[in-house]
Design a protein around this ligand. Structure first.
Ligand code: ATR
Length: 274
C-alpha cells in the first residue's frame, strides 16, 4: 500500500489529510495520507526518515517550504524559481523531487470560477511574499501579460517584477488604491484578514470597478474583510478555498496520475471551516 503525508508545524489544523483521503477513497486508490508534525530543527531527520520508510510523496507546509530544498534530490524548475516546495514526489528510481503547485493552484481556481477569457486583462497583485511570487509566475506561465504588484515594501515587489521578465510594474499600496479602477483582476496575497492577523485591509477599495474580479488567497475565514467590501461594491469575488483545493489536486495528480474532482471535497472543507 502506498502512503503519503503532509509535514508542517503546526499540523493539527491542516485540512490536507481530509481532502486527500476523500479523493483516495472516491477514486478507489490503495493508499493513505497522514499528517506528520515536524519541528524546524528536525526537518532533515524527518526527510531522511520519510525516504527510508518509502513514503511515496508528501506535501510541505509552513514553515518548511523553503528550508526543505537542500534535503531533496531534485527540484523542478518552477519550484526552484519560487525558492519553495509544497509537493514532494518519489520518482521511479527512488529519488525524491520537489515541486510547487501553489501558484498554478491559484490560477486553476481563478479560471474555474471566472473562466479563461480574462488572460489579456490587467492584473493587480497585492503583496510580494512567497505566495505572490508563485502566483505571479503561474499567471505568466498561463498567458497573463499585464501584471502589476503593489506592496508595503516596494523593493520586494520590484524584485518579483524583475524576475518575471514581462512588462510588470511595482507600486506602493497607496498608488494601487488611487488607480484601482484600472485593474480588471485584483489578487490579495498578504495575511490581511487571516483570523489571527492584526491588519485587515491592505488597500482601500473606494475606486474599485464594479466589473472587477477580486480574489483572496486567505480561506479561513472564507469571506475576508477584503472580499466582503469588494462584494459590497458589486465586484465578482473568488475565495481562497479554491486555491487550497487545486494546489492539493495538482499534488494528487503528480502522485496518482489523475486530476481529482474539486467539487468532491468543497462541501466537506466548507463544513470544516465552519
Ligand atoms: P507568504 O509567503 O504567505 O506570501 P510572506 O512572505 O510573509 O508570506 O509575505 C507577507 C506579505 O504580506 C508581504 O507582502 C508583506 O509586506 P512586506 O513585504 O512589506 O513585509 C505583507 N504584509 C504583512 N503584514 C502587513 C501589514 N501590516 N501591512 C501591509 N502589508 C503587510
Amino acid at each position: 500500500k502506498k502512503w503519503y503525508a503532509v509535514i508542517g508545524n503546526p499540523i493539527e489544523h491542516s485540512m490536507s489529510p481530509l481532502m486527500h483521503s476523500t479523493w483516495i477513497e472516491k477514486e478507489g486508490k490503495n493508499a493513505s495520507y497522514i499528517p506528520v508534525h515536524v519541528l524546524p530543527e528536525n526537518l532533515e531527520a524527518a526527510v531522511t526518515s520519510l525516504k527510508l520508510l518509502g513514503c511515496s510523496g508528501w506535501n510541505v507546509t509552513i514553515p518548511h517550504k523553503e528550508s526543505i530544498i537542500p534535503f531533496l534530490d531534485e527540484i523542478d524548475d518552477t519550484a526552484a524559481q519560487m525558492g519553495a516546495v509544497n509537493t514532494v514526489v518519489r520518482m521511479q528510481d527512488g529519488r525524491y523531487k520537489g515541486y510547487n503547485t501553489d501558484g498554478l493552484g491559484f490560477v486553476r481556481s481563478l479560471e474555474e470560477a471566472v473562466g479563461i477569457d480574462h488572460r489579456h486583462k490587467s492584473v493587480l497583485l497585492i503583496g510580494a511574499g512567497g505566495a505572490a511570487r508563485g502566483i505571479a509566475f503561474a499567471l505568466k506561465q498561463t498567458g497573463y501579460r499585464q501584471i502589476n504588484i503593489a506592496n508595503r515594501t516596494i523593493s520586494k515587489a520590484q524584485a518579483i517584477c524583475d524576475d518575471l521578465d514581462i512588462e510588470a510594474k511595482a507600486l506602493t499600496l497607496e498608488r494601487a488604491s488611487e488607480d484601482l479602477d484600472r485593474y480588471d483582476i485584483i489578487i490579495q496575497t498578504t495575511a490581511a484578514g487571516l483570523n489571527k492577523s492584526e491588519f485587515s485591509m491592505p488597500i482601500g477599495l473606494k475606486r474599485l470597478s464594479k466589473t472587477a474580479i477580486v480574489a483572496d488567497i486567505v480561506y479561513n475565514p472564507m469571506m475576508t474583510p477584503f472580499l466582503k467590501e469588494a462584494k459590497r461594491s458589486g465586484a465578482t469575488i473568488v475565495t481562497g478555498l479554491g486555491m487550497f483545493i487545486h494546489q492539493g489536486a495538482l499534488s494528487y495528480s503528480y502522485w496518482m496520475g489523475s486530476y481529482p474532482n474539486a467539487k468532491d471535497v468543497e462541501e466537506l472543507l466548507l463544513r470544516q471551516i465552519g
